[in-house]
Write a protein that binds this ligand. Sequence first.
Ligand code: SAH
Ligand code: SF4
Length: 436
Amino acid sequence: MNVRDSEAVEALLVANGHMSAAREDDADIVIVNSCSVRGKAEDKALGKLGLLCATKRDRPGRVVGLMGCMAQRLGADIFRKIPKLDFSVGTRQCGAIPRLVARAISGETNICEIASPDTPPDVPDAHGESGFSAFVTILLGCNRRCAYCIVPDVRGPEFSRPATEVVAEITELARHGIREVTLLGQSVMRYGIANAAWADGTVSPNGFTEPFPRLLEAVAAIPGIIRIRFTSGHPSGCTEELVRAMRLFPNICRHLHLPVQSGSDRILNRMRRGYTRADYLAAAHRLRGGMPGFALTTDVIVGFPGETVEDFEHTRTLMDEADFDNAFIFKYSPRPGTPAAAMKDDVPGEEKMRRNQVLLADQDVRGEAANQRLVGTVQEVLVEGPSLRNEERWAGRSPGNKIVIFDPPAGLQPGTVVGVHITRTAPQTLYGECVP
Ligand code: SAH
Ligand code: SF4
């Protein structure tokens, strides 16, 4: 989501007469987009801002700004930590950035433009000019209140963008050569639930009644869009209608990032996730059941307050049962003002580290086995271009979002789709040969 917001701000600044710098050192304006989801992310942003502001000694005209969740969370306090910061802007006011930059250029400093997170959002729909893949924000904020999570405080309540606006934005992207879109929302299947996203009287051609499957149906019909992804999922949104939409439209990728967080019912309850282990597994089963080759990825938090070794073992077994293709494992980090911050952070740092490593090691084995099952298959690969490690070989992504490396046939263009016969694998990568 931050990548998307950064790109929108960059495009807005370009539209206002600025130019993108190829390297950070060349930039006269540098804006740090920050994340508050874990303490470590905030520490990194603060360190980076300190370094950037130090460069102002030799470059007095340089403008340094802050956006994103940490800006929202800290408000004017940020200027006590980083006195030379020129501006700080809240999560729902990205559109104000060109104006703030202009004020900073004219000599103002410590400009603070942070509204309460429940102000109506200003969603810039600007995109960059390059590439064939784009992120599109469809749902802002979050109405769930997972006990550990700071997002509802800093991103405000849910707001679904009108479906007509989303479809218009993607149609425009497709006209500019975009072929893949990823629809973004914290709990993306809650699209159109807290506020209506569809005008009264509009009907779905295929008889969908839930707002999110209806949006998928509308996006799937946009000419030129050959791949649709969406993130993040929640088990409650994995309805029969969603599965029907995913099966019906071949341009919807058979992959979902469905964060589970824990495999212990006791911990899921303390986390206020709103589902049980059985609910989660049932959702996974529904998705995989009707869609062969479906890829499932997840997030897990280890060391949530009160997590015993037994709870942790439940997470291990759940991960085996769900047979994830990939998983991001996080050590619990108390966030100020969240419900969990009032609970005792009682799992020692070393034990969090141990649990983290155990899950990573398990996942390596599982991920490798999942990749091995693809050896011998032909994957439809959306071509990205020369691989980072070896320019001679090219890289792209499979529908399950795995990186695929292959030798490009002459004249191959990024943004096209090729079939790649998978011959071998590495933990995060598939290798193969292009098939005609
Ligand atoms: N909206 C998404 C999650 C956004 S935050 C969802 O509900 O799935 C991304 C991930 O960061 C979460 O899935 C969670 O695993 C992790 N996370 C969030 N808060 C955290 C905290 N306080 N400590 C550790 N990890 C956290
Ligand atoms: Fe945070 Fe839960 Fe909302 Fe995700 S669903 S952003 S974890 S409160």
